[in-house]
Structure formats: C-alpha cells, structure tokens
Design a protein. Sequence first.
Length: 73
Amino acid sequence: MNVGIIGYGSMGKMLLENDMSFSDVVSRVATKGGITEEGSKVIYEKLPDVTDEMFIRTLEKRRMTAEKAKEIF
C-alpha cells in the first residue's frame, strides 16, 4: 500500500507545483508499454471528461487542508 501512497503524493506534487495535467505527468513518468501507461489508458477510456478535474480538486483540497493544519499547529 505504501507504494500507491508515495506514487500519489509524487504525482500530486508534480500536478500542483508544475501546473501539469494528469496526461502530462503520465507521459513523464510512465514507461512505454508499462503498467502506469496501461492503467492510465483505462482511466481515460472510462473517465475522459473528469480525470483532470478530479485530480485538480482533490489536490487543491489537500493543499488547503495542509495550510489549515499549519495555521492550527
């Protein structure tokens, strides 16, 4: 399970800090013909209109939550 969490964190960081889309990140990190590339194909086949928006919103919420936590502590 930790691999998924690390992968999501790294992907999230790339999306937020570099203003990248999901497809931009996949193209940078996926091995041609590899597991990540295959998984991303499924995401785009099944969720083509919502994938980028889902990542943008969840990552923004994570950023806001982290900022609030810093203010509290």
